[in-house]
Write a protein that binds this ligand. Structure first.
Ligand code: DC
Length: 227
């Protein structure tokens, strides 16, 4: 059967990746987490001391961006793809609050987006992929055959994110998490390059009141209808 590209965009912590991963598994497609790539570049900046007094040394990053290699490797324990930064598995580190707090300004830099968008497009040349992010249906794959824009209320998103962090043993408050999400949404939606916005031909899926099983069912139904 002919394979397609599925673009899933939406706000931070609205469950996009859970949905995208599950859909990819069910239909035998490759799942790509584009946010992990921006997180890996942010980790690189933190590891190399590029934030001084909260300001990023963009010139250093510009010189280094072509040497930053981001790859995905299958984790046999979880059955999922882990993110590697210059060959080192950084899956756990890129999910910390330290990275979450710095990722939006890094993702707003034009040359960072250019480099990562190019890599994302290369990953999709063979089709048969589900990619999630903020600009997948608008910039990375404007011709994607199926585009879904996921959303949920800010309170529900913060609750889910807090539960995720707590499960990983990270301590955070509801207030800190909801503030971080609102700030990321603001930066993501207002930046010049590849802002978070719904593609004109995207289907909106609000999962505020859906169980994971229900949202998976809806995604699969959208895929089947398209095919
Ligand atoms: O999906 P996520 O929360 O892991 O994404 C981390 C950050 O990366 C998010 O704040 C916005 C940014 N991002 C982006 O700008 N473009 C994408 N395609 C994916 C993520």
């Amino acid at each position: 059967m002919k394979k397609i590209v599925i673009a899933i965009d939406g706000h931070s912590s609205c469950g996009k990746s859970t949905m995208a991963k599950e859909l990819a598994k069910q239909i035998g497609y490759t799942y790509i987490d584009s946010g992990a790539m921006y997180r890996a570049v942010t980790l690189f900046c933190l590891q190399n001391g590029l934030f001084v007094n909260n300001l990023l040394n963009e010139e250093y990053l510009r010189r280094e961006i072509a040497n930053i290699s981001i790859t995905f490797v299958n984790n046999p324990l979880t059955g999922k793809a882990d993110t590697c930064l210059n060959g080192r598995n950084v899956e756990k580190e890129i999910r910390t609050m330290a990275v979450a707090e710095k990722v939006s300004p890094v993702a707003a830099i034009g040359f960072v987006r250019e480099a990562l968008v190019r890599q994302q497009q290369a990953l999709g040349t063979g089709k048969g992929i589900v990619m999630d992010g903020r600009d997948i249906g608008t910039v990375v794959f404007p011709d994607a055959e199926l585009k879904i824009f996921v959303t949920a209320s800010p309170e529900i998103r913060a609750q889910r994110r807090l539960a995720e962090l707590t499960a990983k043993g990270e301590s955070a408050t509801f207030e800190a998490v909801i503030h971080n999400l609102a700030e990321r949404d603001r930066i993501d939606s207002t930046r010049k390059d590849g802002p978070l916005k719904q593609a004109a031909d995207a289907i909106v899926l609000d999962n505020s009141n859906l169980t994971i099983a229900e949202q998976n069912q809806q995604m699969l139904a959208l895929f089947n209808k398209k095919m």
